[in-house]
Design a protein around this ligand. Structure first.
Ligand SMILES: [Zn+2]
Length: 425
């Protein structure tokens, strides 16, 4: 493995002041409530039937879990469907003056971040990136004076920084027009991302400083540059931003203190270095990018068959879910080399356990490896190799003996879909 773990272990803070935010927020009061909004607009007997069939699969969040995989995402986060307006501010400091232009810094992330979201969401998230201030926004204090380090909490350094940003930008920016804020810090402030990743998101923070009558509650900070393994950041270095924005939409980190070994390269919330990758189907459902009709809930005892079309392709059933309890279950989806998934070396059926009781960074999702100990099929840099060949191929079966569950890949159909058979007690 060419990568060193500390390079991808990231100290994101994902402060969620749930409860306060629901009342305090103007700008992000519309939560990414998953499927509910879309489904209700198509209300009718059929929609109602679909909804009730899905109920056992909609595992819920738990009190005390900061960022949960449960449905729906609580209020306070930025909405993740429709037009989402992102304010981009490029900042520098008296002791770290911007090198190159602020517009060049912006161009490291756009339009690719907007494209990434359009592709991953099947066009359901229209990410409008705006940068009303085209120059570096100079902070009043040296970078060092904010005391920002890896893992720094919001208080006091980030609060001060956000206050200074709001003050410096307020005459030219109407903060109430935006759903989220990206602070693109000059890359020469702080350490290289190769040494320490400072990039961080504070989401759902209704107690953040106010500007134009709204709290700056969903704010991503991007530092330094993340190279793609070839020594340049130009190919895929932008991917840190869709990762950070994932937190703004309420998604947890899937890497753990041990690195990307639980989910590998199957979700950008697990690995945002290296080759482009997509989000898990579970996350797409959580974000409202999949309809209820695209989820197949395997909650009844006995045998059920599910035909799943590749996750990266628009339309069709994308996700089968096998609930185990009110907080856990197995998700089943088809991953191929398409869309944002550019490094899939063994296409097939990906099976993973989702646990809404497990918090961000603690392993809320665990991928089942069909070829455990194989070393994987990829040699791409900054891609967790072992899990790269995790998908199950036709004829292979995943078994959870304790729960009495088996998930078999019956075959691949001519149109690229896969037939999956679930057996449960
Ligand atoms: Zn993160």
């Amino acid at each position: 493995m060419p990568q060193t773990r500390h390079r991808i272990r990231r100290p994101h803070r994902t402060c969620a002041y749930i409860g306060l935010t629901a009342l305090a927020l103007g700008v992000t009061a519309t939560a990414s409530a998953g499927i509910s909004g879309r489904t209700h607009s198509a209300a009718g007997p059929r929609a109602t039937t679909v909804e009730s069939a899905l109920a056992p699969c909609r595992i819920t969040g738990t009190m005390g879990v900061q960022l949960s995989e449960g449905l729906p995402t609580p209020p306070g986060y930025a909405r993740s469907t429709g037009e989402v307006r992102a304010l981009n501010l490029m900042i520098d400091f008296p002791d770290a003056k911007g090198e190159g232009t602020a517009a060049d810094r912006l161009a490291e992330f756009f339009p690719r971040t907007s494209d990434w979201f359009r592709t991953s969401s099947y066009g359901r998230l229209s990410y409008q990136a705006e940068a009303p201030i085209r120059n570096w926004l100079r902070m009043p204090m040296p970078f060092a004076a904010y005391g920002i380090e890896r893992g720094s909490p919001y208080e006091p350094g980030y609060r001060q920084l956000v206050e200074h940003i709001a003050k410096a930008a307020d005459s030219e920016v109407d903060f109430s027009r935006y759903d989220l804020i990206n602070v693109l810090v000059t890359p020469n402030a702080g350490p290289s991302a190769l040494d320490t990743v400072l990039s961080v998101t504070f989401s759902g923070n209704g107690e953040a400083p106010m500007a134009d009558g709204v709290p700056l509650a969903n704010t991503s900070f991007v530092y330094s540059r993340q190279d793609d393994g070839s020594g340049t950041y130009r190919e895929t270095g932008y991917r840190v931003l869709p990762h950070e924005n994932g937190h703004v939409f309420g998604l947890p980190d899937l890497y753990t203190s041990d690195g990307g070994g639980t989910v590998g390269h199957w979700d950008i919330m697990s690995e945002d270095w290296g080759a482009n990758n997509d989000l898990l189907g579970w996350h797409k459902w959580k974000l409202g990018w999949l309809d209820s009709t695209q989820i197949s809930c395997a909650s009844k005892s006995g045998v059920s068959d599910h035909v799943l079309s590749p996750l990266a392709v628009s339309g069709g059933t994308k996700l089968a879910f096998v609930p185990l309890s009110e907080s856990t279950g197995y998700a089943v989806e088809v991953r191929t080399q398409a869309g944002n998934d550019e490094a899939v070396c063994r296409p097939g059926v990906l099976i993973y356990k989702v646990d809404s009781d497990v918090d961000t960074g603690r392993g809320p999702v665990t991928v089942s490896d069909s070829a455990s100990g194989s070393g994987g099929c990829t040699r791409r840099p900054n891609v967790h190799a072992e899990l790269s060949d995790a998908p199950f191929r036709p004829g292979e079966t995943f078994t959870d003996e304790k729960a009495g569950i088996s998930i078999s890949v019956v075959g691949e159909l001519r149109n690229g879909s896969y037939q999956v058979r679930v057996t449960r007690p």
